[in-house]
Ligand binder design. Structure first.
Ligand code: ADP
Length: 217
């Protein structure tokens, strides 16, 4: 079936974090976060900063190699971002999900993207409530699937922060920290990671903590 071309957002339309900082945040710079979250303040790394993007919008519109969905253990669809992804991808997505035997919390599984502009969907199950190790594992297992499947561009939603009730600010810290560590350890495996925020307050949290964990020059 033909894809809905008019609604697609291409990666070339997004700005990377370096550009975001110097344009969007230039006139409304928020204070850089400093405390004992990490013992050492991360250093400026232009290459890494060019590989991330902060974008507010509907993740189902993004033309990337993979979009991540915040699913439940059954992988049989749900509300929130998962409902939006299933709706946009069409019923074939659910049919493929039924063959996967569900997914453990903190783990991830991959399918085709069907009618989405994204080639693949990575289904992960975040924790219910604040469980940093499981949230970290969810992000890491999604990235592992990207590497195993040679996927170079991926968009994440704010996993667990909706129905699953993980506090948004704490979840943003885990998400950003985990991606920073991954990119430090694997500088050449992924070309672009899009932090996709839907809500205005998530955008503010990401602006704040990206400045800390991906310091700009
Ligand atoms: P969980 O069950 O893991 O908490 P939810 O789908 O309830 O997952 O919420 C996760 C995040 O996804 C929330 O920040 C929510 O605002 C966001 N979200 C909902 N719909 C979309 C969408 N179409 N695109 C991107 N993010 C979305």
């Amino acid at each position: 079936m033909a894809k809905a071309v008019n609604a697609v957002v291409k990666l070339t339309e997004l700005i990377n974090w370096n550009e975001y900082y110097h344009t969007v945040l230039a006139t409304q710079r928020v204070p850089v976060y400093r405390d004992n979250l990490v013992s050492v303040t991360p250093t400026f790394n232009e290459e890494i900063n060019n590989k991330i993007s902060l974008w507010q919008g509907d993740i189902t519109k993004l033309e990337v190699d993979a979009v991540v969905t915040a699913a439940n253990n059954g992988l049989l669809g749900g509300g929130g971002v998962d409902g939006a992804i299933h709706k946009a991808a069409g019923p074939e997505l659910l049919e493929e999900c039924k063959t996967l035997n569900g997914c453990e919390t903190g783990d991830a599984k991959i399918t085709q993207g069907y009618k989405l502009p994204a080639k693949h969907v990575i289904h992960t199950v975040g924790p219910k409530g604040e469980k940093p190790d499981l949230l970290k594992a969810a992000y890491e297992n999604c990235l592992k699937l990207c590497v195993e499947n040679n996927l170079k561009t991926v968009a994440f939603p704010c996993i667990s922060t909706g129905v699953y009730g993980y506090p948004q600010e704490e979840a943003a810290i885990v998400a950003i920290k985990t991606i920073r560590s991954f990119l430090e350890e694997n500088p050449h495996l992924i070309d672009m990671i899009v932090f996709t925020v839907f809500l205005d307050n998530d955008k503010l949290f990401y602006e704040k903590y990206l400045q800390f964990f991906f310091p700009p020059k």
